[in-house]
Design a protein around this ligand. Sequence first.
Ligand code: HEM
Length: 452
Amino acid sequence: MEAAAITYPPGPRAPALVQTAMYVREPVRALERWAAEHGDLFTIKLASVGRFVFAAAPREIRQIFTADPEHVQAGRAAGQILPIVGPQSVLTLDGQPHHRHRRMMLPPFHGERMSAYAEVMRAATLRAMASWPTHAAFPLHPQLKQVAVEVLLRTVFGITSPARIAAFARRFSDLMDRWSSPLLPMLAFYGVDPIEIAPWLPVARRKRALDRALHAEIAARRGRTDPDATDIFSLLLAARDEHGEPLSPAELRDELVTLMIAGHETSAAALAWAIERILTHPEVEARLREELASITRDGVVDVTAVDKLPYLDGVVRETLRQRPILAFVARRTTVPFEIGDYRVPAGTFLCPAIHLAHRRAEAYPEPDQFRPERFVGKKLDPYAWLPFGGGGRRCLGIAFALFEIKVILATVLAGSRLRLEAGAPLPRTQLGITVAPARGTRVIASAITAAR
Ligand code: HEM
């Protein structure tokens, strides 16, 4: 029997270089424009990379998320971060090795464990708030990033000394500052590892410095089990696969870097958006403050109870719907693959378009309106609300991230009165692969009442 012919969903006709330039300049705008012209399923060509099929409707998103992971691979599509996180990261692995790592990493991220981290998250937020000025504008986003980094170093790495936290935070930011130029990730995407071929580059030196510190930490902690430890590093050290084998030092190194990279920019951007959305919707802020009062005693919020607040949950989910931190996720086919009424060849990128799926009026009437109540008491459709991706590659840190965002938001709201310097909704800006509010989310505090 003859195989069905290869056909791609429709797409722009401009030369690949023009499509690439449009995409690189403003990815979110470009996606919106192509969807307006070609509908919920379209193909674009990125110069020298290949064809990308974007899907915005639940039916095709479901096809991608539920496909056989041997046929539709996510690790193969994550080349741009491989030199940093390494080849043994849950982000860059596929098939059986991915499955093994994911199974060992899931238990520490289980939702029920999160309340153990509530106090660390609250205290890190209060420490940052102690430095915020009153009656003068300051960029909030970098502050939130600093909080997210400290939270990860304490909860994932289990580091408690402020000096060591500062040292690790600096090593990570030094490396990522160097990696954030568009050129290096692009080279990596094409399969060229700049760190490997140019070991004298500052980025390579910084990676070696970070790796030395991580391997020293791993060597010091391997074999030294502490049954009372709650940090994720300790739980990963104790984890065993189905053959009773632990993660090797190289695997641990890659996963620790992965959790740091995957977990701080994303959470900080989500928090910046949540605050931007709240401050531009006074009726939402009022309702949220009223709800938070129900878990506040003598001015102190019981942050272990944030998960019980349905409106706060709605605010966070509606923020991630309207302002998803990643505009899309990517998979790469290893065999010809049927999507919608089309059949694309091996080597095609398939991209559930989070940003577009969240703007479909079928799923979200008046999608441009910020309405947290959309989510209150509603069941979520995983193919229409997908800020954390989906299927067997869905974000491992979802429970951690949602809990952390709620704790930090509750702490900031209870301890301050803020307004946006701009006084109006902020435009988006692309920071690497994340989408954040523009110009650092500048705010003015009229009062900081949290313990200083
Ligand atoms: C609001 C915050 C966050 C957002 C929006 C977010 C979003 C995402 C997305 C879209 C993916 C790709 C999923 C896919 O390809 O289908 C992902 C993967 C991942 N995330 Fe998150 N993330 C967040 C926070 C975190 C945190 C706090 C951690 C850990 C501390 C984390 C760890 C991971 C890991 C390990 C993966 C790879 C999973 C795999 O490939 O099996 N993320 N995240």
